[in-house]
Design a protein around this ligand. Structure first.
Ligand code: SF4
Length: 340
């Protein structure tokens, strides 16, 4: 089947790092997943990312350090206070230190992300940053995923030792959440101004979201001097109005990520590392999850062994360490680290 001419032209412009406008991105998103246009987009974006990260992969360990019923009550979230089964939970110091030791047993996890619900106590978060700094290898990047922040709060967290932050301007902000889209975007700007390497979240994508909604959300964060965009699907939560809408098909998520990768291929990240990949996070980053002790039906933890194997299976043969050196990600390394 011949490719749609306009789509082929737009994909080619993305490949050659020309800026695509919001309407053009929306046009590409209007094709079905697994269509010829979608398949070409996925192949081109994957090549762009592998070239940008020079074949080097990374692991991020995300740790929920402070969770519980959240007064922000976002309509899609399992911590929303009106429906959650979660109890208040602050990770004990000894548990956090144990996790860091377990995560960094082979000193090959570059990023540790500390996550809280939307009413975080920043003193507690600062304390956790200190514990990670003490327990993790030198050079480990400490990333925060927390509530909206004022400029002064961002500076304090940076001073405490955090290097990066993830913050999302969610689709449906202000309607499905009690938070204001302007405050979310202002927090992203505050984090950037304080010197954080910021990853902006495009989420929580569901099957009902239109190409126009996805495009609009992406272009809102594109020119904010963030280093990355993390595109994630909504996790269905029983008791939410979104549960009946179901989950985004993984092939559609891959297609959306690919098109956003091509649409932003021209973008120069403000804090650029040779191995960091394209603006939209690609398959070179594997995230594993720790914590969530406060919720009864929390998903099982995925360990770093799975992450190494996932990266190996995806064809990456090098893994970035906290100190900036790379390790060969071959079968021997998988065996030595208990990953096979
Ligand atoms: S602010 Fe975050 S933790 Fe709180 S309800 Fe919303 S998504 Fe959930």
């Amino acid at each position: 089947m011949a490719l749609d001419k306009k789509a082929a032209e737009l994909l080619s412009r993305g490949w050659y790092k020309e800026r695509l406008e919001e309407g053009e991105c929306e046009y590409l998103l209007s094709f079905r997943d697994r269509s010829p246009v979608a398949n070409l987009a996925v192949a081109l974006a994957d090549r762009l990312n592998r070239r940008a990260c020079t074949g080097i992969s990374q692991i991020c360990a995300a740790i929920a350090v402070a969770t519980g019923p959240c007064p922000c009550d976002c309509g899609f979230c399992r911590y929303g206070e009106s429906r959650t089964k979660a109890k208040f939970y602050d990770v004990p110091d000894a548990q956090l230190s144990r996790w860091i030791q377990e995560i960094e047993a082979f000193a090959d996890v570059r990023q540790i992300m500390l996550m809280t619900t939307g009413d975080a106590d920043l003193n507690g978060l600062t304390h956790c940053i200190g514990l990670v700094k003490d327990a993790a290898p030198a050079g480990t990047q400490i990333i925060l995923d927390t509530r909206d922040l004022q400029p002064e709060e961002c500076r304090e967290l940076k001073k405490a030792g955090a290097t990066g932050a993830r913050h999302a301007r969610r689709i449906g902000e202000g309607q499905d959440t009690r938070l204001k889209a302007t405050d979310r975007l202002q927090t992203i700007d505050n984090l950037v101004c304080a010197g954080f390497a910021v990853t902006a979240g495009i989420e929580p994508l569901g099957p009902e979201h239109t190409p126009a909604e996805i495009s609009q959300a992406f272009y809102e964060i594109l020119d904010r001097r963030c280093c990355h965009a993390d595109v994630t699907a909504r996790v269905p939560v029983v008791g939410t109005k979104f549960n009946a809408q179901g989950e985004l098909n993984p092939a559609r998520l891959t297609q959306i990520k690919a098109i956003l990768t091509l649409a932003s291929s021209w973008y120069n990240q403000p804090i650029r590392e040779a191995f960091s990949g394209t603006f939209v996070t690609g398959t070179n980053m594997a995230t594993v999850w720790y914590g969530d002790e406060g919720i009864a039906d929390a998903p099982k933890q995925n360990m770093t062994e799975n992450a190494r194997r996932r990266l190996f299976n995806a064809g990456y043969d090098r893994l970035l360490r906290p100190d900036g050196n790379v390790t060969e990600l071959d079968l021997g390394y998988l065996k030595r680290t208990g990953s096979v």
